[in-house]
Structure formats: C-alpha cells, structure tokens
Design a protein around this ligand. Structure first.
Ligand SMILES: Nc1ncnc2c1ncn2[C@@H]1O[C@H](COP(=O)(O)OP(=O)(O)O)[C@@H](O)[C@H]1O
Ligand SMILES: Cc1ncc(COP(=O)(O)O)c(N)n1
Length: 443
C-alpha cells in the first residue's frame, strides 16, 4: 500500500521541482489504509517537510508495525528532497531500522562524512544508540570493489553482508529499493539479518540488470523485474512451442492403437525395426555429445545415456525383432541426418537430442494408464513410463537449459530450431508405419 508524500518532477538527470502534499491529505491517505488493511511492516522514504513528518508521526501512534525509515535527504543527482533534516529527529526514535547512506548518516549525527568502512560502522553504532534503533550502515558510496552493508545496534555489528560492485551508473533508487525490500521481507520472515541478506541479493540482481533498461542519459533506474524476466524458464517456452506437434502425436492412429493394444503387430514391428536403426545412430550421437561436453558431469551423463541405449532400449527392440533385417526408411534417415547436422556445437546437438527424451517421457506417462498384464506392448509402455526414464529426461532437460543460459542470441535460436525440428521428426517417425514405406539400402 502506498501513500504519496510529495510529487517530484524528476528524470535520470535530476529533480527539477517538488510539490509536497498537504500534511492533512497525507494523514487522510494513511488513515484510509490503516482503517482497512492489515499492516505488517512500514517503510518510510521521502517526507519533504516538517508538516508531513508531523502527520506521519501522529499516525504512527495509531498503528503497531515495524518501521524501516530511509532518511531520504538528497537524491543521487544531488538535489535536496527534505527541507530541513533536523526535523527528522523526532521520527527516528520511532524506527525499528534506520537506513541512511554514508552522507545521510553523517548528517544525522551532524558530523563530517566517514572516510572508510570502520568509520561508517562507528557512526552507525552511535546513531543506533542515540535513537534506540538498528541502523543499516551502507557502504555503497565508498570507493572500492566491494559494497558492504551491516546491521548495527548500539552494541555493535549484528550482521554484515558484502557483494561485488557492479560497474554501472544506473543506480537510481538503490537505497529506496533496499529499504523497501528489507521491510517487505522482514514482514514475512521476522528476522532482520536474514531479511537484509535476501534484500541485498535482490538488489544486487536488480543493479546487475539495470543497464538492460537503458532509460535516460543520467543515472537510470535499477531493474526491479530482472528476477521475473530471467526466471522465465526457456525450456517451458520450448515445450509450449511444440504444443501443436504434441497434439498431433496424440492424434496419430498409430499411437491410439499402441495404447489400446489393437495395433497390427506388423506395424509395430516395422516401427521397432526403424527405431532400432535410429537408436544405434542416436547412441553414437549421444557419445558425440559426451565428447563435446564442457564438463565432467555432462560428459558422464551423455556417455551413460549412450550406454543405456545400447544395453537397454536396443535390447528391448531386439527382443521383439529378428536382428539386422531392416533397411532405414527415408524418414529414419532424415531424422538421423538432422541429428548429425546439429553437431556444429555441443549446445545445438543436445537441443536436437532432447525431444527423443522429452516426447517419449510425455507419451510414456500418458499411455501408462492403458497398460495391463495382457497388453501386447506392455514392455514398451513400461520402459518409457519408468522412474529412471523420468530422471534421465529431467537431467537432459537441465543440461540443455544450462547450455542455453550460456549461449548467445544466435546460438539460442539455432538450439531452439534444432529442438523443434527434432520434434517434427518424432511425429513423422511415429507415423511412418502408415506411410509410403520408402526404404534405403544404406545406413
Ligand atoms: N554499483 C553498485 N553495485 C552493487 N551494489 C551497489 C552499487 N551501488 C550501490 N549498491 C548497493 O545499493 C545499496 C544502497 O546503497 P547506497 O548507495 O549506499 O545508498 P543510497 O542508494 O541510499 O544512496 C547498498 O546495499 C549498496 O551496497
Ligand atoms: C521520490 C524520491 N525518493 C527518493 C529518491 C532518492 O533516490 P536516489 O538517491 O536513487 O536518487 C528520489 N530521487 N526520489
């Protein structure tokens, strides 16, 4: 819930005008909230003048909630945001946590600014004692590669967290963000140190992504939504993109009959023979992914998967088939050629590999309920609905996700195309027993 205390005409270059709101109207807004909404924590920012401070002070008598007070006095641009800082004193005693930056801290103590971090901590301790509050000492304005922050009481430092300094000029709103996040997270956790740690991690990410916003020519805002945007899972998006393809697999007569057991054994055998040819090549492709893998974990996973295919799935196929009888169909060749063409890079190759896991797991899960002890294709149905296959699919998805995160825009697009193309091949592959069976004599 927000209460407007002042209107500011400002951009990234500075504040050109301030219109303070009448104290009475500020109070009306505060009362409107507390009369209706449960208040778990309060964060106070810019207050502009004494009249507003008095209104807020009076209202605080009527509510019971922790108060984070950010003594906003001067903007990043250097413009004043509070007429007279002395009038803040009365409010400071009401705060649970005061969050001054280095200059505001000095100003509240009527002292010169601290020159280093130990001096900041010392000033913070004295301010904490003066107002019987915690003080969040902030080192953002110090020189150096690290940005330390500490929660300080009259007794000394309670908790200290430090992060690297981002090289950016877009730091407008860092202090406001930190104090708001601190109050909000405290409201849900009840622990100041842990709230500070989380608030700082959130802010660190928001500053790190600030340059992406590219707003204005001065000190641009931090990116509050960096979290949301980068959190969208690219793998979910890929899965959505093949939604229609997945639907068309479900609608194939071959799949419907495989599920209810009415599939002609000759069709199943044809499919399996092609799949055996495919899998042998697929196992080679997995071994190639292992050879290209960037780390030991990935190398092991793909090599293990290749072995799994050779000794697991291929055995299953052979149990149904007379060995070595089939030639590859045009559809099978197309698919393996697509896989082979994707090995320009590790990332692209594993993106092309992925549908063979993911689509089979998906189909396996949905067809599992149709299985029963007399089902003619029960072994096939069991294989792709197994927990081991789930686990392997999950790991394969994650390998692709990790590679995607490290890829540049062009590579990401090639990965996506490789994935979609393989999914298209999967549809044709399932359907092939029902199509013109063009077979080739070379694998
Ligand atoms: N360039 C930066 N990189 C990383 N963190 C920063 C950077 N600048 C400020 N911070 C962090 O932003 C928060 C606010 O810091 P500070 O600049 O000291 O206060 P204010 O924004 O109130 O002037 C602190 O947690 C500080 O560590
Ligand atoms: C309304 C308002 N509140 C606070 C600040 C200080 O933030 P910053 O120090 O990042 O300019 C500001 N510029 N405007």
């Amino acid at each position: 819930m927000c209460v407007i205390t002042a209107l500011t005409a400002q951009n990234t270059l500075g504040v050109s005008a301030v219109q303070a709101i009448d104290g009475e109207f500020v109070l009306a807004q505060l009362n409107a909230i507390s009369a209706d909404v449960q208040i778990d924590a309060i964060k106070i920012g810019m207050l502009a003048n004494e009249e507003i401070i008095r209104a807020v002070n009076g209202w605080l008598d009527t509510v019971d909630a922790p108060v984070v007070l950010d003594p906003v006095m001067v903007a990043t641009s250097g413009d004043r945001l509070l007429e007279d800082e002395a009038v803040l004193d009365s409010l400071l005693d009401r705060a649970s946590v005061i969050t001054p930056n280095l200059l505001e801290l000095a100003s509240l103590l009527r002292e010169p600014a601290a020159a280093d971090w130990p001096q900041v901590l010392d000033q913070a301790r004295r301010l904490a004692a003066k107002h019987d509050a915690l003080v969040l000492a902030k080192g953002g304005h110090l020189a150096g590669d690290l940005c330390p922050d500490a929660l300080v009481s009259a007794q000394g430092v309670l908790a200290e967290f430090s992060n690297q300094r981002h090289h950016t000029k877009n730091t407008h709103g860092t202090g406001c963000t930190l104090s708001s996040a601190l109050a909000t997270i405290y409201a849900s956790g009840g622990d100041w140190a842990s709230a500070l740690e989380q608030a700082k991690a959130y802010l660190f990410r928001a500053i790190g992504a600030a340059d992406e916003l590219n707003v204005g020519r001065g000190h641009g805002p931090v990116n509050h939504f960096a979290h949301f945007f980068s959190e969208a899972d690219p793998m979910d998006q890929w899965w959505q993109q093949i939604h229609e393809l997945r639907g068309s697999i479900d609608n194939l007569e071959f799949i419907a009959q495989l599920a209810d057991g009415t599939l002609d054994p000759a069709d199943f055998e044809y499919y399996l023979a092609q799949d055996a040819l495919y899998l042998q090549r697929y196992a080679q492709v997995l071994a190639e992914a292992s050879a290209l893998a960037p780390d030991l974990d990935a190398q092991r996973f793909w090599a293990g998967s290749a072995r799994e295919i050779l000794e697991g799935e291929l055995q299953l196929h052979r149990s149904y088939l007379a060995e070595g009888t089939a030639n590859p169909s045009a559809i099978t060749l197309n698919y393996v050629n697509h896989l082979a063409a994707s090995k320009r890079s590790y990332a692209e190759l594993i993106a092309a590999i992925l549908p063979c896991y993911w689509l089979y797991q998906d189909i396996g899960k949905r067809l599992a309920s149709a299985n029963h002890p007399e089902h003619p294709y029960k072994q096939w149905l069991v294989t792709y609905a197994s927990e081991e296959f789930d686990l392997a699919t999950e790991r394969a998805i994650n390998m692709v996700r990790v590679a995607w995160k490290q890829a540049d825009v062009d590579l990401r697009e090639r990965m996506r195309l490789a994935f979609v193309r393989s999914s298209e091949h999967e549809v044709a592959f399932f359907d092939q027993a029902r199509r013109n069976r063009v077979e080739f004599s070379t694998a």
